[in-house]
Design a protein around this ligand. Structure first.
Ligand code: ADP
Ligand code: MG
Length: 368
């Protein structure tokens, strides 16, 4: 039996990388790629989950038994975590039957995990009449990913999937969670944003992420601020002079300049000067590669080959160590730029990346 169908998108982050756990700014937009949940209420307290992307029979869990200590390490931890987080927050949720299908690439830095969480939360919100607004819904999904799945992510991914709107990028302040929709119609300006999924998934990314986070906290502590968000761009040189550890200094420099880059991209977009965004993206890549040190040879290759082919700007996107890069290009030059990137990978006998044009699409919604 089906009670309804819901969809939640993956996202690409235009600018603002590794800022969301520093109380900073981010600017993602939703992809046309979605995770779709066909779901029905169950009155027996059973959560029955099936994904077309996960082999095997449907998994059955009892809602009353869900607890972070009972996570299994399987994909079902994401939806189970959402049910647990809702219950923990005092929402009355019972059983649920869900079948998922998805066009969001997994592990590509395009937030298939948030799409899976948000679509589950939205279905439960409607089926159990929870009345959750998008902001609180995203926060509960983050809680699921942090506390249940055990991934220490910030709030960007879930907010993007839940709150983006078609034709816009989302300017999100991760401190107070205030959101602004910024019109972002690149095609009308003769431009395209390519997403290049390198298909590289480096295994050591989790530990590296934790070390970067700890380094950022050490930087904030050394400067006597609550979070690196509190260090102004004007005050950066003074702040850096007060940090002894060279590695921490570089992390701080990335976060502070990256927050400033978000503000610059917003200003360019609001002025309708979309071409000016290109060099800011490229600066962001250099900062992630040299200061934050989360790039990898394949991501650098996308950026370098795209720029050599005449792209306006390019950078890695997402957490790093593989995943995807974005390339801003004139629409007319897009096939040539994509061809150059693919050619560069072929020349080095690397797995061919997957390239597609990203068009700002709708956030999570009920389909039927
Ligand atoms: P990203 O969010 O960048 O895609 P993550 O590692 O955060 O990468 O999340 C990917 C994981 O989310 C997958 O390994 C899988 O466990 C789970 N996942 C996402 N989408 C689906 C889906 N449609 N079906 C089953 N599992 C999924
Ligand atoms: Mg994820």
């Amino acid at each position: 039996m089906t009670d309804g169908v819901w969809a939640a998108p993956g996202r690409v982050n235009l600018i603002g990388e590794h800022t969301d756990y520093n109380d900073g700014f981010v600017m993602p937009f939703a992809l046309p790629h979605t995770t779709v949940a066909t779901a029905a209420r169950r009155d027996d307290g059973v959560l029955r989950l099936h994904s077309a992307d996960a082999p095997g029979d449907p998994v059955e869990l009892r809602v009353a038994d869900l607890a972070p200590g009972r996570r299994t390490g399987a994909w079902t931890d994401y939806p189970a975590g959402v049910v647990w987080a809702l219950a923990e927050a005092g929402h009355r949720v019972g059983g649920l039957e869900v079948r998922y299908t998805s066009t969001v690439p997994t592990g590509a830095g395009l937030s298939s995990s948030a799409a899976l969480e948000v679509v589950t939360a939205l279905a439960l919100n409607d089926l159990y009449g929870l009345g959750l607004e998008r902001g609180p819904l995203a926060r509960l999904c983050r809680r699921a990913e942090n506390a249940y799945v055990g991934a220490p992510t910030g709030i960007m991914d879930q907010t993007a999937s839940a709150s983006c709107t078609e034709g816009h990028a989302l300017h999100l302040d991760t401190r107070d969670l205030s959101r602004r929709q910024i019109p972002f119609d690149l095609a009308a300006h003769g431009l395209e944003l390519l997403v290049v999924d390198t298909r590289v998934r480096h295994a050591h990314s989790e530990g590296a992420y934790g070390r970067r986070r700890a380094g950022c906290e050490a930087g904030a502590a050394a400067l006597g601020v609550g979070a690196l968000r509190d260090v102004s761009h004007e005050g950066l040189a003074d702040a850096l002079a007060r940090i002894d550890d060279a590695e921490v200094r570089a992390l701080v420099r990335h976060v502070v300049t990256e927050n400033h880059r978000v503000e610059r991209v917003v200003a360019h977009a609001e002025a309708g000067d979309f071409r000016a965004i290109g060099p800011v993206l490229t600066e962001g890549h250099a900062s992630l590669r040299d200061d934050f040190r989360v790039s990898c040879p394949e991501l650098d290759l996308v950026v370098d080959s795209a720029l050599a082919a005449g792209a306006l700007g390019a950078r890695m996107t997402g957490g790093g160590f593989g995943g995807s890069a974005i390339v801003l290009t004139e629409s007319a030059a897009s096939p040539a730029v994509a061809g150059k990137v693919l050619g560069a990978f072929e020349e080095r006998s690397l797995t061919a990346p997957r390239v597609f044009t990203a068009v700002p699409s709708a956030g999570a919604h009920r389909v039927s």
